[in-house]
Design a protein around this ligand. Structure first.
Ligand SMILES: Cc1cc2nc3c(=O)[nH]c(=O)nc-3n(C[C@H](O)[C@H](O)[C@H](O)COP(=O)(O)OP(=O)(O)OC[C@H]3O[C@@H](n4cnc5c(N)ncnc54)[C@H](O)[C@@H]3O)c2cc1C
Ligand code: SF4
Ligand code: SF4
Length: 659
């Protein structure tokens, strides 16, 4: 005979005003194998917990049901209470009679009846609970940051400053990300390179940080504290140890191609560093464009290199490293502007994106900071800015707000007015959103001090006529059509997720939203964690953000990593899936279902009719299993059971409710 104790909480009046707690406690006392039941005003309070401890001892209870709020709120509290009372903490069940009962009902009689049903179910379940015990896993004290933009750099610096070794895996030949392409930064207008490059250099010179540039994550195995990450070191064709970054090779290289860093407004060589302050400042060969790789001829860079660093025979190299924690900071891409055919992007060279404009106004950019029309290199006198291109547009683009475009458009328009005294800067907008510190003041200055004109309305068409761009739209404040003759148009294109975000998410076992941005574990309470323990998010890979928000999130992710790495080992939840090997048919269905890659097949030997035979069965890696239960539903043989939520327990609850 088991001896269950039932404890009904009033939660002040939160529960008691809709549920007759005393009555529920009395009725629960009549349930089979319930040895004691009572009600109390605040069960989670110190005296409330003492009521449970005393009752366990006095009535020799061997399992407990607490009917109160959601287990998400106080399950850990009551588990600790059971431990204090000398019981296994997993011999507890909670009936949620607040969120699932009193808060959603008004009729006290019906509320009381429902609360009793919930208690009945919990009692039926707890009778089948088995004691469970936590185990622990060691924590490997090394972190990986994927992506070397400002978010990744900040996260790595914070982790390294706390004394842990951290590797940054960056797919480009240099760290820096988008911020390296930006000229000045709103709202302070300090030069982006001036604040970014010292951080890049700090990262490179920090003895705890290893920069793995021109590298990509190939495969991720393992689990929190013990991720085995296979990294692809792409062939640079330059020996990093021998190269001094003297630049002779790219000076002499005869091949010029459009520079991705300069958004095609300038050129680079086939052997190149993306920009002069690149870190590391050592080149790579772009094999697709290199004459040697295309035709077998040339070889100039190898001939001129004074240190013999150029190595055409280099091949990609794979390396597997163990990490305790991973920060994902892979940033954002920009929306494909050509989707807006009526805006003429790609058809007319003088229609550019905000990032093109950043390169154009940059003193070390392709036009040496001069604002020039790409078509004829003349100075534009009227520049039109179109906001929300791709953002807040469900029909063609993305329904979300890109958060930074309002501010960078105000910045761009201000710079046009500052650099070209007799210019006009006209902004077409739907709303102006300036929620950051000193952001609205910045926008007001653009309008009042720099004379930027704001026209409320969407642009319907842009076309070329007599060397001008005709911008047609509607001024929705005045309720009349407008037409502007512009020399150049700048489109504020939406921030979108990286094209390979889904693939990376699958490698890491993390989730992503309908727009491919990585999903945080909880939007308010766990904004930098993912559902996979030990994997954290930083910066724009999680959603559009400006630099201050990216940096803040990066430091938050780093704090989480440091808290994890500061432990020698961490306890694991025992609520994980378990395989009944006798029943498992080895079909492998659960492997494809498990979102955390926690199941694999293993071979077992067994004796059948006096003979030994081998067969395959599912095997759960308890370090990876997050206890979601997806596999238990998928298993046709009923071989998988989630500890603490076994099929038998669930059916007992259903029986208690229905029979
Ligand atoms: C036109 C424009 C102007 C802006 N102006 C401002 C401004 O004035 N002020 C401001 O606060 N914000 C501004 N922003 C926003 C700012 O650019 C972002 O907030 C910031 O760059 C986000 O940094 P991040 O590290 O999250 O991403 P990113 O800068 O995108 O860095 C991500 C890094 O990860 C790397 N990466 C991507 N995928 C992988 C992978 N699979 N493996 C390894 N590495 C990978 C990338 O190569 C990159 O280096 C502007 C944005 C735009 C588009
Ligand atoms: S010439 Fe040689 S040493 Fe100089 S940058 Fe090129 S590869 Fe490096
Ligand atoms: S419960 Fe099953 S599906 Fe869910 S994480 Fe564990 S093994 Fe994977």
């Amino acid at each position: 005979m088991k001896r269950v104790g039932v404890f009904i909480c009033h939660c002040g009046t939160n529960i008691a005003q809709t549920v007759d707690c005393e009555k529920v406690a009395k009725m629960a006392g009549g349930l089979p194998q319930v040895a004691f039941s009572t009600d109390y005003k605040y069960m989670c309070s110190e005296p409330g917990q003492q009521v449970i401890i005393n009752a366990v001892k006095e009535h020799r209870l061997d399992r407990v049901v607490v009917a109160s709020c959601s287990p998400r709120m106080h399950e850990p509290t009551f588990r600790k209470t059971l431990e204090k009372a000398g019981l296994n903490p997993y011999l507890l069940e909670m009936a949620n009679i607040r969120e699932q009962c009193s808060w959603v009902h008004q009729d006290k009689e019906k509320g009381t009846a429902k609360a009793f049903d919930l208690v009945k179910m919990a009692v039926a379940k707890v009778l089948k609970n088995e004691p469970l015990s936590r185990s622990s896993i060691p924590i490997h004290k090394r972190a990986l940051v994927i992506g070397g933009g400002i978010a990744g750099i900040q996260a790595a610096l914070d982790i390294a400053d706390a004394g842990y070794v951290v590797d940054i895996v960056e797919k480009e030949p240099t760290i820096g990300g988008r911020m390296a392409q930006i000229d000045k930064t709103f709202p302070t207008m300090d030069c982006s390179a001036c604040i970014l490059t010292p951080k890049m250099v700090d990262a490179a010179s920090n003895p705890n940080i290893n920069l793995l540039t021109y590298c990509e994550v190939e495969k991720v195995d393992g689990y929190v504290g013990n991720f085995d990450v296979t990294i692809r070191h792409k062939a640079r064709s330059v020996d990093m140890n021998k190269c001094t970054g003297c630049g002779t090779c790219w000076e002499k290289c005869p091949t010029r191609v459009a520079s991705e860093f300069d958004m095609g407004l300038g050129t680079r060589k086939a052997i190149y560093t993306p920009f002069p302050q690149a870190v590391p400042n050592k080149p790579v060969i772009d094999r697709e464009n290199c004459l040697y790789f295309k035709t077998g001829k040339c070889g100039v860079c190898q001939k001129v290199c004074p240190t013999g660093a150029v190595d055409y025979t280099q091949e990609d190299r794979l390396e597997t490293v163990r990490y305790g924690a991973i920060v994902v900071a892979t940033g954002f891409d920009l929306f494909d502007e050509s989707v807006y055919g009526e805006y003429g992007y790609g058809r007319y060279p003088d229609i550019i994106s905000g990032l093109h404009f950043e390169r154009m106004i940059n003193a070390s950019g392709p036009t040496m900071g001069k604002i020039k029309r790409p078509s004829d290199h003349t100075e534009p006198k009227t520049v039109v800015f179109v906001k929300c291109v791709g953002s807040r547009d469900e029909a063609k683009g993305k329904p979300y707000c890109s958060k930074t475009c309002c501010m960078y458009t105000a910045k761009h328009a201000t710079l046009v007015r500052e650099k070209i005294k007799d210019s006009q800067a006209i902004v077409f907008y739907m709303d102006v959103r300036t929620p950051g510190k000193n952001y609205d003041e910045f926008y007001q200055r653009a309008v009042n001090e720099y004379g930027v004109q704001y026209v409320r309305g969407r642009v319907s068409k842009i076309y070329q006529s007599h060397g001008k761009l005709i911008v047609r739209g509607e001024d929705t404040l005045l309720g009349r059509p407008v037409e502007v003759e512009a020399d150049m148009v700048v489109l504020a294109t939406a921030m979108v997720a990286r094209g390979d975000a889904g693939e990376l998410a699958r490698k890491l076992g993390i989730s992503y939203d309908q727009h491919d941005f990585f999903t945080e574990a909880h939007p308010k309470l766990r904004p930098v964690e993912t559902h996979t323990a030990g994997v954290y998010l930083a910066g724009t890979c999680q959603g559009p953000k400006d630099i201050p928000d990216s940096v803040a999130q990066a430091s938050a992710a780093a704090a989480k990593v440091c808290a994890l790495l500061s432990r020698e080992e961490m306890p694991t939840e025992p609520v994980v899936s378990a395989v009944n090997e006798a029943v498992c048919s080895g079909c492998g269905l659960c492997i494809s279902i498990c979102p955390y890659k926690a199941i694999e097949l293993k071979t077992i030997s067994e004796r059948v009719h006096g003979k030994t035979r081998e067969r395959q069965v599912a095997s759960v890696n308890t370090g990876l299993c997050q206890g979601c239960g997806a596999c238990t539903v998928a298993c046709r043989s009923g071989a998988l059971n989630l500890k603490g939520f076994t099929n038998e327990q669930i059916l007992a609850e259903v029986d208690a409710l229905c029979l």
